[in-house]
Design a protein around this ligand. Structure first.
Ligand code: AMP
Length: 405
């Protein structure tokens, strides 16, 4: 029979890597929990409109990358390509604007984008997301940046550069987009075909272009950061001052355009020194118009999204084998009861479950990194695997005492 494979662009997470991922989640829970971010969960699929309206019709994500399907009643559903739109949908649906603001939540789970798979880019990937909804206080922007930096530090992702910018309000952006479009139209001949084709839709994306001709034009293009209102500039000043006071280094990157339409004001991205083409470790920004776009009252918000796979790629291989406390060399009911007692007393204990000879069982105990091996025969023997010493035990209680249960 033909062997089946996981779908293109998806990955199986095999032991011991599953443990590394759990460790990252534990770090996130601790770091974010201390700052008042509580776990939230939303469905893996949503009405397609949540993303069409939220992420934006003209974005690559909505135009090319969504896994969209119809349910049996003909409704259009989409596997979520990102977290923020779904969380804001939940915020509106559950009237969370009535809670004390800001509402701080965090989340981890699978996300789906139909992209060309390569190292660090998959069709199913896992993100940690944190969102603070309901306040435009600049300290939230700075707080989220610092919390993400702390998660990276504790996860051992190595050096990363923080890129920072401000996109202003939708009005400033609309005026700027007109100005940029006029500038690009005047130099249309020098642009790549792809950029030219999408000029009318989202000229900002031209800053991301790889094509040298387009890049040369973009180097002379007007910058949004120079056009933002005094109020937005003041907000940005404050975010910067807070980051400065925390001693975190960053670089103002006026070409930073993130691939989602909902961003306003602050945007940021951590770029790893250790990753190749897919070097964006994670990022985020403000989305002060998103909740309203999804049918809620005008409500500011700010958040980040960080890919776990890229985090672990950057952190490199870490020995995730933890070893066990006790291996019970023996099978059958006595062994089964004993491992149960050992586990109940808080020890990591395993027994023979593959019919090995005694010699094979001792080898298995070694492989598992057991601290102790209990040999069940006519008598009970307890072997200290560090020293090799073997002692007889008179009862199960005595075994528990010897192995520290
Ligand atoms: P974005 O929402 O595009 O800003 O993505 C936020 C983060 O999620 C990125 O910085 C990556 O760490 C991760 N990410 C996004 N897309 C993918 C993907 N296709 N495969 C793996 N990680 C991804």
């Amino acid at each position: 029979m033909k062997k089946l494979q996981a779908p293109r662009g998806t990955q199986d997470v095999l032991p011991p890597y599953g443990r590394r991922r759990l460790e990252v989640l534990e770090i996130a829970d601790e770091v974010l929990g201390r700052a008042g971010y509580e776990p939230i969960e939303t469905p893996v699929f949503e009405d397609t409109e949540v993303f069409a309206r939220g992420v934006g019709e003209s974005t690559d994500i909505v135009q090319k990358e969504m896994f969209t399907f119809e349910d049996k009643a003909g409704r259009s559903l989409t596997l979520r390509p990102e977290a923020t739109a779904g969380i804001c949908r939940a915020y509106v649906e559950h009237g969370m604007h009535k809670l004390p603001q800001p509402v701080k939540v965090w989340y981890a789970g699978p996300f789906f984008r139909h992209e060309a798979p390569q190292a660090g880019r998959y069709r199913q990937f896992t993100q940690i997301d944190a969102e603070a909804i309901g306040s435009d206080d600049p300290s939230l922007d700075a707080e989220l940046i610092l919390l993400l930096a702390e998660i990276y530090e504790r996860a051992g992702t190595g050096p990363a550069h923080l890129h920072l910018s401000s996109l202003g309000t939708p009005e400033t952006r609309a005026g700027y987009i007109e100005e940029l479009t006029a500038f690009l139209r005047a130099r249309e001949g020098e642009l790549s075909e792809e950029v030219r084709a999408r000029l009318g839709q989202n000229p900002l994306r031209a800053f991301d272009a790889d094509d040298p001709g387009t890049q040369a034009v973009m180097a002379e293009a007007p910058r949004l950061i120079d056009r933002i209102s005094a109020e937005d500039a003041e907000h940005f000043e404050e975010v910067r001052a807070l980051l400065d006071s925390a001693g975190i280094a960053y670089e103002i990157d006026s070409t930073l355009v993130r691939g989602l339409d909902y961003y306003t004001r602050t945007v940021f991205e951590f770029v790893s020194e250790r990753l190749g083409a897919q070097a964006a470790l994670g990022g985020g920004g403000r989305y002060d118009g998103l909740v309203e776009e999804l049918g809620g009252p005008p409500t500011p918000g700010v958040g980040f999204a960080a890919g776990i796979e890229r985090m672990l790629l950057a952190a490199g291989q870490v020995d995730a084998d933890r070893g066990i406390d006790v291996f019970v060399a023996g099978s059958g009911r006595d062994a089964f009861v004993l491992v149960g007692q050992l586990r109940q007393s808080g020890l990591r204990a395993q027994m023979e479950q593959a019919g090995r000879s005694l010699k094979g069982q001792l080898k298995q105990a070694d492989r598992l990194g057991a601290r102790w091996t209990v040999i069940l025969g006519d008598a009970i023997e307890v072997k200290d695997m560090d020293t090799g010493n073997q002692q007889r035990a008179g009862s199960v209680d005595e075994v528990l005492g010897m192995v520290g249960g």
